[in-house]
Design a protein around this ligand. Structure first.
Ligand SMILES: Cc1cc2nc3c(=O)[nH]c(=O)nc-3n(C[C@H](O)[C@H](O)[C@H](O)COP(=O)(O)OP(=O)(O)OC[C@H]3O[C@@H](n4cnc5c(N)ncnc54)[C@H](O)[C@@H]3O)c2cc1C
Ligand SMILES: *[C@@H]1O[C@H](CO)[C@@H](O)[C@H](O)[C@H]1NC(C)=O
Ligand SMILES: *[C@@H]1O[C@H](CO)[C@@H](O)[C@H](O)[C@H]1NC(C)=O
Length: 384
């Protein structure tokens, strides 16, 4: 049994940011990570051409700024390098290959009892912590949709987290499912590598040139959100032209209004729209069923494919190991108070969550600062 003041679960950007903030206050903590490196999502589960979607000034972690000469949109490998520097600078020493399996609140002792598995030694490690920080991520596990007949598909069917590049798909018929940032960018990557690419876009989506998002993020600091939305939607429609004939429509609410509600940012165009307009990437509606190589879409259209790439998102898994955290996280392992962004990061009994508010790296930075100052004031007000 190891007694610790603060236990942080997860050494992705959120766990690391919280650790850095705590160390600035000289508050001792232990940080555990189930995989063998920090930020494994970025190191192992992201495609090669990924860059941070937002301009670097909107993605800083606490006490870290990107090098002045770094590109505006930081490539994945450079981001990983920045995180490594961050770890070194704040002397963060995650306990790797340590997966938390359960956490329960001990009412008598007023502390969290955590059971973790040492994956290397195949042993159990027990922790007692006064404060528990859930930083296990919104992207802890792939979300796989149910499609009737998927088991009959003879080709490659993989998740976006296993996709690296389009290089091995040249000349193949490939279907990308999902129209978030990953799906759109992977479709672009496949098509640029000469794959005959189709993408399933099921619902309305805001696709925006990245410079317009950057402009919008600056303008919303000074102007009403609705006005900024109208302005950038008008500009995007002018730049892209009418996309409805390609099967792409916009949600009724504007991109920043959507973001302030759900946290979801518009899809940032990396060139996909141009390839769709040229007819290089074909847009399909919802998939209805799969029969062998043939995929059927809404409205009866069908196509034959060699590979299917699911870019259908991720899920949090915190609810599987966290007991007694119901007031903070719902059954999807995400904050109950999602809509009240200011307060989502704290639950009862000294439990916190970092990085679950659907606000990307900027949200992670805010969470880490809020959590560490809250822990600091709790410690200061403790008797003795
Ligand atoms: C492909 C992709 C691109 C993205 N691009 C951007 C972007 O450009 N800009 C932006 O702001 N955001 C982006 N995001 C969203 C978000 O900022 C990142 O996902 C970020 O890595 C989230 O950090 P995190 O620490 O909350 O979660 P993660 O990076 O997922 O870290 C959580 C860690 O917890 C560990 N863990 C989970 N369960 C346990 C357990 N039981 N025990 C021990 N350890 C556990 C995991 O292994 C993981 O390392 C992107 C997300 C994805 C998937
Ligand atoms: C490319 O994919 C589309 C959509 O599935 C299909 O109609 C077309 O025949 C394919 N082209 C080639 C050359 O295979
Ligand atoms: C959390 O941080 C934000 C931004 O720094 C601040 O405005 C807010 O008051 C903090 N919330 C609490 C409850 O301390």
């Amino acid at each position: 049994m190891e007694e610790v003041l603060v236990l942080i679960v997860g050494a992705g950007p959120a766990g690391l940011a919280t650790a850095a903030c705590l160390s600035q206050f000289s508050i001792p903590y232990v940080i555990v990570e189930r995989e063998s490196c920090s930020a494994p999502l970025w190191q192992n589960r992201a495609y090669d051409r990924l860059k941070i979607h937002l301009a670097k000034e909107f993605c800083e972690l606490p006490h870290m700024s990107y090098p002045v000469d770094a590109p505006t949109y930081i490539p994945k490998n450079q981001f990983v390098k920045c995180l490594d520097d961050y770890i070194e600078r704040f002397n963060i020493q995650p306990k790797y290959l340590t997966a938390v399996e359960s956490s329960t609140y001990d009412i008598d002792e007023k502390c969290w009892s955590i059971i973790a598995r040492d994956i290397e030694k195949c042993t159990i490690v027990n922790y007692k912590a006064k404060f528990l920080v859930v930083a296990s991520g919104e992207n802890s596990e792939d979300n796989i949709p149910v499609v009737p007949g998927l088991e009959t598909f003879p080709g490659v069917a993989i998740q976006s987290s296993n996709y690296k590049s389009g290089i091995s798909y040249t000349g193949r018929n490939v279907l990308v499912v999902g129209s978030g940032n990953s799906g759109m960018e992977i479709a672009y990557d496949l098509s640029s590598h000469g794959a005959n690419t189709s993408i399933v876009i099921r619902s309305p989506v805001h696709i925006m040139p990245k410079e317009l998002i950057r402009l919008g993020m600056t303008l919303v600091r000074h102007l009403p959100m609705k006005l900024v939305d109208d302005l950038i939607v008008m500009m995007a429609n002018f730049i892209f032209g009418d996309l409805t004939r390609h099967g792409i429509t916009r949600p009724k609410k504007g991109p920043f209004v959507v973001k302030s509600g759900s946290g979801r940012l518009a899809v940032i165009d990396v060139g996909t729209v141009g390839l769709i307009k040229k007819g290089n990437i074909k847009v399909q509606g919802r998939m209805t069923k799969i029969k062998g190589k043939v995929v059927e879409f809404e409205g009866g259209k069908e196509g034959s494919f060699d590979a299917i790439l699911f870019a259908t998102g991720y899920k949090s898994t915190a609810n599987r190991w966290l007991k007694n955290g119901e007031d903070m996280l719902n059954s999807d392992g995400l904050p109950n108070k999602e809509l009240e962004f200011q307060n989502h990061w704290k639950g009862a009994n000294m439990i916190y969550c970092a990085g679950l508010g659907r606000r990307g790296l900027a949200g992670i930075a805010l969470d880490a600062k809020n959590i560490s100052s809250d822990i600091k004031s709790s410690i200061e007000s403790m008797p003795g």
